[in-house]
Design a binder for this molecule. Sequence first.
Ligand code: ATP
Ligand code: MG
Length: 564
Amino acid sequence: MSTDASAAPARLDFIREIIAEDLRTGKHQTVITRFPPEPNGYLHIGHAKSICLNFGVAREFGGRCHLRFDDTNPTKEEMEYIESIQADVRWLGFDWGEHLYHASDYFERLYEWAVQLVQTGKAYVDDLSADEIRGHRGTLTEPGRESPYRNRAAEENLDLFARMRKGEFPDGARVLRAKIDMASGNINLRDPVLYRILHASHPRTGDAWCIYPTYDFAHGQSDAIEHITHSLCTLEFEDHRPLYEWFLANLPVPSRPRQIEFARLNLSYTVLSKRRLLQLVKEGHVRGWDDPRMPTISGIRRRGYPPEAIRDFAELIGIAKRDGVVDAAMLEHCVRDVLNRKAPRRFAVLRPLKVVLENYPEGKVERLSAVNNPEDPGAGAREVEFSRELLIEREDFMEDPPRKFYRLAPGREVRLRYGYFVTCQKVVKDPAGEVVELRCTYDPATRGGDAPDGRRPKATLHWLSAAHAVPAEVRLYDNLFTRPDPGADGDFLADLSPKSLEVLTGCLLEPSLRGLGTGSVVQFERLGYFCLDRDSDPERPVFNRTLTLRDTWAKIQAKSAANE
Ligand code: ATP
Ligand code: MG
């Protein structure tokens, strides 16, 4: 791939500006970025922002992006996560090619470098417990206190560190710490821990190690080993940068990556902490990592969000230097924008009400032409069956309609989309007084949806032929949390919404929806976008509601444009 300016993006954020400048001045010949997930959970929409940035930059500037697992904590990491992360990055449309790495690939080299720090008096073995080390650390206003073990001789440190590796000590008995400055204004420089003892099997290195490097000791050096040019990370690592630079300055690293921080994504009505997401899964508040209410990539994929919409969203929100909260409506807007163009239209009735057309011949079936997607003329048309017994949406009828309810009511005429005009003549109720059936008449002159005399009903409804409809389960989703800032008042679980999932079992679909592939998204006319779930079987499809049709973000945009 070339690095000429024409490949560069049209609009540059501050990170892309830095990279463009480094290529222009020849500081770097090519850009190398990386996405460095810790395999201790599934990726979420916040990670998607980082993926789109790192892989996007590499693609735009003709460089490359590595996928590197920061697998330094074997007690929390699992193969399942490693696999899901790879699948998710691919699904988002990115490819690391042959550049798949693991921090664990570098365990031997990191160990050697740690030994070098010990030899040069820049690291020591500390026998204090984790609690004692915390107690010695000091605060933002008070300096830390030195450990009594800080001035051990290099030989003793070397011996102890080697025995730590050999497995002579139990977990937590000792750590290796860098010897930097316990009085530093930056707490990260107060003799940070480099290695801890963990007698735990690692998903990749098995039982080869019982000491593991900390994230801080592994991360920057892994970047250097891979010749990463721009190490892009979220703002919470800004205070760690001096420590990374200390390592780079004190170790014989093969390159000096530049770390640049950007604001992490926060989304309203959403939690994006892996710890909290894990808790939701483990405690059964959701039906797994890929529950369609989860902000995980696998959750939103199962919900029916297309990868293109996630990339659009990442571009729309851009890259900033200051944290903020993005309105969840913006993400939904991006999803609707893609689905409106792509999703075929179909008929489905979620809460059916029977309609009998008294003047329509018994046994007659007509096949009427229905447009697949008005946004896409190439999508063509399909046929839908029309017959004497139909189903409409229960909420499209009111016996005693208020003003502004224009849909079906006694004595009123409406249009059945692609079908005929029908007029409600009689309401049939069960002994409990509930409406169970409508007796209607149809006007044979209005076939296809237009009247020769030009009259136009105020409402157009979707419908199904009762004899042809396919039964289905439909799962309706709403925000998982009741407030935009879950947990702001304490326990985030207290803000879980009891209405986030509603399962409808008596739904009916047009027959063309049978045989759709898992993950396919269609628009149920007038209802929203729906995605075929993997819980489906051929006899009984299950659909997830991706989103309703209403687009609050588009409305906000239109309003602010009108006020300008
Ligand atoms: P958590 O805070 O939930 O534990 P994490 O940041 O520790 O997540 P990692 O697996 O270390 O999770 O993240 C991999 C990369 O994704 C990191 O570079 C991190 O900065 C980035 N990332 C994580 N969360 C977000 C977010 N909300 N917005 C943007 N980037 C993120
Ligand atoms: Mg992290």
